[in-house]
Ligand binder design. Structure first.
Ligand SMILES: O=C(O)CCC(=O)C(=O)O
Length: 342
């Protein structure tokens, strides 16, 4: 990518400019090309108009959540739970001098299932759904692939520059408002001051006005930037450092993705965790997960190359949908939610 400054980019770390994230219109990006050109190359992309049919695009605003969910307690961060209406008041009152709360720990399937029909039909780029496979060990299984809600106001931000755990890719779709998304490539990790105790999180606390005395190497890092607008999705490949901040009150959803491209890293990372408990357990996990990766790759291949056979066999569809064509709206099905037809 060329090193041209983005015209509307704010002055970035160390006075350098951000580079624009590559952006493609959904109409020009069939799913297969998305897989070949971005997922398999671990290359980020913003897909504009990735989602056009979600009821959420018409319904979801901070005010909608306040009215619909009232005083229902919701997890906002790792530590904080608060009534939804109070949270929304904080979002709307937020500004640069008095930043309000930023919601980033609300998993829809577990905590707000009523909202799931609003994100159907599913984002066609947020596949395959290995996290949702019934063959995934319960510890890592996430119905719907870890779908979570992100809400914040002007002046708030996602709390930390980080890369996602479990070697996962992420697809983050903007539903309401505008949000600035910033990324750094994995090879810039040494310039980003990883927390020694939590190596996927940076110690740099303010990317917009970074303390370059404390974090001088940041000035050498390559920073990519995009502004997401409703319907846009950013694909965040595994191990890419990223963070976000709303430019207006903003609502988005995030989904993590595992597939053949990042599976080996997922196995390594989860087995390294298991190794802290027992070598035997780690070994058994590795054998199981490596075999499961092979099975899921075969299933995904079958669905892609011999879709009729896959449909006839049914089981492969159940094991892990590789694309929206095979998904049958599992988010709704698992919850026995009736998907509105009008
Ligand atoms: O707020 C955002 O869009 C960033 C979300 C994110 O990076 C995450 O949930 O891991």
């Amino acid at each position: 990518m060329s090193s041209v400054c983005h015209v509307d980019a704010p002055k970035a770390a160390g006075g350098s400019c951000s580079q624009p994230l590559e952006t493609v219109r959904a109409a020009d990006l069939p799913y297969r090309r998305f897989l070949d050109d971005y997922v398999r190359l671990n290359r980020p992309v913003v897909v504009t108009g990735a989602v056009t049919d979600w009821p959420a695009l018409r319904k979801w605003t901070p005010a909608y959540f306040k009215e619909r969910f009232g005083s229902k307690p919701v997890a906002v961060s790792y530590q904080d739970t608060m009534p939804f209406d109070q949270f929304v008041d904080g979002v709307m009152a937020s500004d640069d001098t008095h930043p309000g709360p930023y919601m980033f720990r609300l998993f829809l399937h577990e905590n707000l299932p009523e909202a799931l029909p609003d994100v159907i039909p599913q984002n066609v780029y947020a596949f395959p759904r290995r996290y949702a496979s019934p063959l995934m060990r319960a510890q890592w299984r996430r119905p719907d692939g870890y779908l979570k809600l992100l809400i914040g106001g002007v002046g708030s931000k996602f709390p930390v520059l980080h890369f996602d755990g479990e070697n996962a890719h992420a697809a983050i779709t903007e539903v309401y408002g505008d949000k600035e998304f910033v990324m750094f490539p994995p090879e810039d990790g040494p310039l980003l001051y990883a927390n020694p105790k939590l190596p996927n999180r940076s110690l740099i606390d303010n990317l917009n006005e970074p303390d370059l005395q404390r974090f001088p190497l940041l000035a050498k890092a390559t920073r990519y930037r995009a502004v997401l607008r409703p319907g846009d999705m950013v694909f965040v490949p595994s191990r890419w450092w990223h963070t976000a901040r709303p430019l207006t009150p903003s609502v988005s959803v995030c989904m993590n993705i595992l597939d053949g491209s990042n599976w080996a890293g997922f196995v390594n990372e989860t087995c390294a965790d298991a190794l802290k408990q027992s070598a035997l357990k780690a070994h058994l996990y590795r054998v199981y997960l490596t075999s499961l990766g092979g099975v899921l790759t075969a299933v995904e291949w079958l669905q892609e190359h011999l879709p009729r056979v896959a449909r006839t066999l049914v089981v492969p569809v159940w094991i892990g949908p590789a694309s929206a064509a095979f998904a049958h709206e599992p988010s709704a099905r698992q919850l026995k939610i009736t998907v509105p037809t009008s």
